[in-house]
Ligand binder design. Structure first.
Ligand code: FMN
Length: 463
């Protein structure tokens, strides 16, 4: 399986990576540059972060195309999240279990005891009101006490001292349950943060898997090669052998602290999470520290979009059973649309009541792990001539076809997830249902102009 550096080498050869050798401060200066780098769409290596012992790399998986390329997909004919969702679903079907190896690049340097010093890592402080420096590109590994399996996910880590940090687990994460299970048996549990792991692992850490299905095995399915794992120095956890850096630690779930980070939808996200004491750091001799810009940005969003694929599948299958007229469903995970998901469904309706029934059914559907309404802010039904993957086309339909006031409804007091920060004290907020289809009696009036045969005419044949 390709490690992260073989992919960044490829990006550099293609002129898609910039190196910055000028010394930069990790607090605010570096994040300010990350915002500007995102605009030029290049990956980056900061070779000289003041007082740090490692370079900082990022801007790697900023689009669906990059996700596909990083695991060897052919992207020459264009590659969107739709294609990547199919690739991912195939990976889930053809899972390859990980293997355990004895030696690993990530064991080239082993640091324990007094030598442990997290300040050597170039961990940025991103925003004005953040609690401090946050590790943002690490995948966390812990053991699921129910199945004994290694669980993996993305979790932000706030550095609180030379050898202490706080690993945040949202209410939807399996890690939150694993912390709760540890609470029952004394509160001590091992954890490991793997930094700079192969791209396949980054996307699988973001994806939600059903209980008992290993994210590591899906990564194996995506690449056709098993993930190589190696045992930790100070616990029986297994970690990716070809990561850049591993931080091993012991969590004390009885000792929780609040911390704040500017989150992916441009709001601060206060969290309560337990303190971890670092027991070892292992790394490659020439290790690179991988970081994802906090707040609203392309890399978080493209990796984060993978977590909506499973939901899209379940919702689509469930709704299609009852509404055979459905054409396409797009579960959009777009920071420009805020924290929450937006769902766009196209149909060939047979009567004017159908979109309203579909809207109610869609909000009431259970998306496998949680209700659709909990994470979806808005559902829009459009006619099948609208491209649900083109947000401008959907907007056009809303503002061109929405006639009666009852075609747009606000649903009050829906229980939301904690990432929606505008909720009331009961964690409830409004949802929006929009029927943007043409009324049956206006079909003749709202005919969209089309050019006959346009799809078959190629400009290249005329140049
Ligand atoms: C860049 C990035 C950062 C994330 N940070 C967190 C986090 O701090 N805490 C959390 O619970 N989920 C976070 N997530 C979402 C989790 O990765 C996702 O919910 C994952 O499925 C959790 O794995 P788990 O359910 O196996 O614990 C993040 C996702 C991405 C892409």
């Amino acid at each position: 399986m390709h490690d992260l550096r073989s992919f960044t080498d490829e990006l550099e050869k293609n002129g898609e990576l910039v190196r910055i050798s000028k010394a930069v401060d990790r607090r605010f200066e570096l994040p300010a540059l990350l915002v500007q780098l995102e605009k030029i769409g290049k990956a980056f290596i900061f070779e000289n972060v003041r007082d740090a012992s490692f370079p900082l790399i990022g801007g790697v998986l900023t689009s669906a195309e990059r996700l596909g390329r990083s695991i060897g997909q052919d992207i020459s004919a264009g590659y969107t999240h739709r294609e990547h969702a199919k690739t991912y679903a195939e990976g889930v079907q053809s899972r390859v279990e990980p293997v355990v190896v004895e030696t690993a690049p990530v064991k080239e340097v082993v640091i324990t005891g007094d030598e442990i010093d997290l300040s050597k890592l170039p961990v940025p402080t991103f925003f004005e009101l953040d609690s401090g420096p946050f590790i943002t590109g690490a995948v966390g590994l812990s053991r699921d006490p129910e199945h004994g399996q290694i669980n993996m996910g993305f979790y932000r880590g706030w550095i609180t001292g030379k050898d202490t940090l706080v690993v945040n687990a949202s209410s939807m994460s399996d890690l939150r349950q694993i912390y709760a299970a540890a609470d029952e048996v004394g509160g001590q549990m091992p954890i490991a943060l793997a930094i700079g792991v192969p791209p396949a692992l980054l996307m699988c850490a973001s994806g939600k898997t059903p209980p008992g299905v290993s994210e590591l095995a899906i990564a194996g399915g995506l690449t056709g090669e098993p993930v190589e794992l190696v045992k930790c120095e100070t616990s029986d956890l297994l970690v990716p052998a070809n990561a850049e850096i591993i931080i091993e630690g012991m969590v004390d779930t009885s000792n929780r602290v609040e911390n704040t980070l500017g989150e992916f939808a441009d709001q601060y996200g206060p969290e309560m999470a337990p303190i971890t004491t670092v027991t070892a750091i292992t790394h490659r001799k020439d290790a690179m520290y991988y970081s994802i810009m906090a707040g609203r940005n392309a890399e978080h969003n493209s990796i984060g979009a993978v977590s909506a694929y499973g939901m899209q599948n379940v919702v689509e299958t469930t709704l299609r059973e009852h509404f055979p007229n459905i054409k396409e469903i797009n579960v959009a995970c777009e920071p420009k649309l805020g924290t929450m998901l937006h769902m766009f469904i196209s149909i060939d309706k047979s009567n004017d009541d159908e979109p309203g029934k579909l809207l109610d059914a869609a909000f009431a559907t259970h998306a496998g792990l949680f209700p659709v309404g909990m994470v979806t802010k808005r559902i829009v039904i459009v006619d099948s001539d609208i491209d649900v993957y083109d947000l401008e086309d959907v907007e056009w339909a809303i503002w061109s076809r929405l006639s009666r006031a009852d075609k747009i409804r606000a649903i009050p007091d829906v229980h939301s997830w904690e990432m929606e920060r505008c909720t009331d004290e009961n964690q409830a907020s409004a949802r929006v249902a929009i029927d943007a289809t043409i009324d049956m009696d206006k079909l003749d009036k709202l005919v969209r102009p089309v050019i006959p045969g346009a799809a078959d005419i190629k400009l290249d044949d005329y140049l």
